[in-house]
Ligand binder design. Structure first.
Ligand code: FAD
Length: 408
């Protein structure tokens, strides 16, 4: 006799990083009717460079090895992390295998979206912009969505689980939880992508510091160089496209030495491309993985925001999606079909992990101080090892915050 599982209706809003992974995973699952709504066309995404942390690659290998391999093949390996002073003095030269089971990936943002969306197949409906969503009147645990498609309004009711993967400023989260209070993360940030005209100055992921002012750069598969930086005292540096490049030059020029060759190239390149630099400040909402009453789950940037220096924005979106997919798959296999039960286990497991991930940034800052003690460095390396290696995916029946982890 075959056991019939009643079909659960699931809607995912957003086919970015987390949404595409979720759409692919849930579409393979019997007993689910899955729709993913994405507002843009499949190949519509601004280019920028990304690094994906080793922890995300590990989570993806545990959940979906084919997808992990496809991402690895589309990018370049992130194997090494070097931190220097702008004068050129090296503070840290770290093969990632010292703190991770394997490396991460350097990839163009547009390439990552292409790989993930292709893998999600026709579960994703493109050019479908969510206009409205909320709890059903008949059953407040369930929800409805209204979206625009080809100039028409469409509506879906009786959704058993609504998954918000609609990124920063999530319209789904605003509809259910109101505009979240935000706080400013870090400092004044900027980024720039340029063709590699630096005669091979930049390759794998590197950072340079001049006091609290940070630069980072890495090479991408198509020969572009991704440059980013932060200036922690925004008052001193006006935020606008035509910002005084002399102020930027001063910020990264050591007081008592000339910049080393790499820092000098980065400073000159930034000054020569002043109009193309993208300046921004990051505001983060509080963490929210689930609604308490409505059956709504938040993944990626809709659930939390990550300070940029650790490259954990994409990584945590991937960990969220892999965790939710593993939990739903093992729950269905074990006969647990209640979305409320899935949400409780998911929230408990992810909250614990997220709080740890957010605590790593102050430790990692210890790697970038010229006067860091051996103890500061040991503590930073220990925190990174835990961040990159201790990845666990929550499973049905394994306890609220327990899961499967690959051994190191
Ligand atoms: C330029 C740039 C550089 C970055 N560099 C890094 C880096 O080096 N490392 C790193 O880890 N992180 C980086 N980040 C952050 C990282 O991109 C995000 O943390 C990550 O993409 C979050 O994934 P997500 O799935 O939550 O959201 P996203 O990937 O942003 O996806 C959200 C999706 O929802 C869709 N959507 C939104 N509203 C609607 C709607 N109303 N209807 C339908 N669909 C909707 C969007 O179109 C989008 O496709 C960078 C971000 C930017 C912008």
């Amino acid at each position: 006799m075959t056991l019939r599982i009643p079909t659960k209706r699931i809607v995912i809003v957003g086919a970015g990083v987390a949404g595409s992974i979720m759409a692919r995973a849930l579409a393979m699952q019997a007993g689910l009717e899955v729709t993913c709504l994405e507002q843009v066309a499949p190949d519509d995404h601004a280019s920028a460079g990304l690094v994906i942390g080793p922890n995300a690659i590990k989570a993806l290998h545990m959940r979906d090895p084919l997808l992990a391999s496809a991402i690895g093949e589309a990018g370049l390996p992130w194997d090494h992390w070097r931190v220097s002073l702008c004068s050129g003095e090296v503070l840290l030269d770290l093969p990632l295998t010292r703190v991770a089971d394997h490396g991460g990936v350097r990839i163009l943002r547009s390439t990552l979206y292409r790989v993930l969306r292709q893998a999600a197949g026709d579960t994703v409906r493109y050019r479908c912009k969510l206009l409205e969503c909320g709890a059903s009147l008949q059953d407040p645990a369930r929800s409805y969505v209204v979206w625009e498609q080809d100039g028409r309004q469409c509506r879906l009711d009786d959704i058993d689980l609504l998954i918000a993967a609609d990124g920063r400023g999530s319209p789904t989260r605003s509809a259910f939880a109101g505009q979240p209070a935000t706080h400013q993360v870090g400092a004044l940030l900027f980024r720039l992508m340029v063709p590699d005209a630096g005669a091979g100055q930049i390759d794998d992921y590197e950072q340079w510091c001049n006091g609290p002012n940070r630069l980072l750069a890495f090479r991408l598969p198509d020969g572009q160089i991704n440059i980013a930086g932060s200036l922690p005292t925004p008052g001193e540096y006006p935020l606008h496209a035509g910002m005084d490049m002399e102020a930027l030059r001063v910020a990264y020029t050591p007081a008592h030495a000339r910049p080393g060759p790499q820092a000098a190239w980065l400073i000159d390149t930034l000054c020569a491309n002043a109009d193309a630099i993208c300046w921004y400040r990051m505001r983060a909402p509080g963490i929210r993985f689930a609604e308490p009453h409505a059956q709504v789950m938040y993944l990626g940037d809709s659930a939390h925001a990550m300070a940029p220096p650790l490259g954990q924005g994409v990584a945590q979106a991937i960990e969220d999606a892999c965790s939710a997919a593993e939990l739903i798959a093992t729950s269905l296999a074990g006969g647990e079909t209640s979305p409320r039960a899935w949400l409780s286990t998911f929230e408990a497991a992810r909250l614990e992990r997220l709080r740890f991930v957010m605590s790593v940034a102050p430790h990692a800052a210890g790697l970038m101080l010229g006067d860091a003690t051996e103890q500061d460095r040991a503590s930073a390396l220990g925190a990174l090892r835990q961040l990159y290696c201790q990845v666990a995916l929550p499973r049905h029946g394994a306890g609220p915050a327990a899961g499967t982890a690959l051994s190191a």
